[in-house]
Design a protein around this ligand. Structure first.
Ligand code: FES
Length: 120
């Protein structure tokens, strides 16, 4: 089944909320799970412009309006639903997605190579 991380849904308090986690199988990289408009999506916490974390403070990923994931370095905006950069220096590129599976109160996040999708 590969490497996976389990996060309980009860950690999410409101839409546009997020929970971060380590990805041991990817070295020093970290990931984050967002809950946005009733859906859970997981991504590697790395901007597509440069290899830096997106959050400006730990676990603070959203812009002021809570509509987009924003990169704290140069302000690229990403869709929380798709991971596509819609504005900024990496416009059109995708955050690295991690496959997820909902199981009762938990979200399983797959963090091995097969669980990552660079595009789409
Ligand atoms: S590093 Fe994220 S927009 Fe430049």
């Amino acid at each position: 089944m590969g490497n996976f991380i389990i996060i309980n849904k009860n950690q999410f308090k409101q839409s546009a909320d997020s929970v971060t986690f380590d990805i041991p199988s990817m070295g020093e990289k970290k990931g984050f799970l967002v809950w946005f408009e009733g859906k859970f999506k997981a991504y590697v916490n790395e901007c597509r412009h440069m290899e830096v974390c997106l959050d400006w403070q730990p676990n603070d990923f959203f812009d002021e309006d809570k509509k987009f994931i924003i990169c704290s370095t140069h302000g690229a905006l990403y869709s929380p639903k798709t991971g596509v950069c819609i504005s900024g220096p990496c416009k059109g590129q995708n955050l690295i997605k991690l496959n997820t599976l909902e199981r009762n109160e938990d979200i399983m996040i797959f963090t091995d190579k097969e669980g990552c999708k660079k595009n789409g």
